[in-house]
Design a protein. Structure first.
Length: 208
């Protein structure tokens, strides 16, 4: 681990929750709020008490190769983990914030060891049935949230690679559904497919 990672107390928030009497503390994060296509993905992770996984950090600070190397380690070393999504149709029906909440709620409720406390990356708490706190930039402060960020990111990226084979004209393997120049060029040429979030294409439609 580099010096930056070593100087962070990665278990500060976990230990604080445990000190309050909670016993199964999960970290929760999402991936894919911004893209024009595909689902939003969330993950919840419960790690053993005092457990640090070497190399784990905010998924955005890791290379794709490093994230891929860590996902199986996280799954193996976690006491419990759960990954869930909200579809592009649910995003259009609910809006992206509510769809993200739904994915997070599904992830927490999908844990095979029920959590009694949740730490959420960000500044808003989704409607959960257990006590929770939000931690701004928590994926760079909490080991559990960082682990969840990796699971969510890799799972969504892998899905978009699968969709790249189904819809090769959009070249999802290059942009994972985000609004890059290439993606908009493909939209101009082929129009949207069922994977696209219609509510995210209003600006594009207005230009047509």
């Amino acid at each position: 681990m580099n010096k930056e990672i070593e100087t962070i107390d990665w278990l500060l928030y976990e230990n604080s929750a445990l000190a309050k009497g909670y016993t199964c503390v999960c970290g929760v994060d999402e991936a894919g709020r911004g893209p024009l296509a595909g689902p939003v993905c969330a993950a919840a992770v419960i790690l053993p008490k005092g457990h640090i996984i070497s190399g784990v950090n905010d998924s955005k600070k890791l290379t794709e190769k490093k994230r891929e190397a860590l996902i199986d380690v996280i799954k193996e070393e976690a006491l419990s983990y759960s990954i869930a999504t909200a579809s592009e149709k649910e995003i259009d029906e609910l809006n992206i914030l509510q769809a993200t909440y739904l994915a997070m709620k599904r992830a927490v409720e999908g844990l095979d060891i029920p959590a009694d406390y949740a730490m959420i990356d960000g500044n808003r708490i989704p409607p959960l049935d257990i006590p929770a706190e939000c931690i701004v930039k928590g994926d760079g402060k909490s080991m559990s949230i960082a682990a969840a960020s990796i699971l969510a990111k890799v799972t969504r990226d892998r899905y978009m690679l699968e969709m790249a084979e189904k819809y090769p004209q959009y070249q999802f393997e290059k942009h994972k559904g985000y609004g890059t120049k290439l993606h908009y060029q493909m939209l101009d040429e082929y129009g949207p497919c069922e994977l696209h979030r219609q509510s995210f294409l209003k600006t594009w439609y207005n230009k047509k």
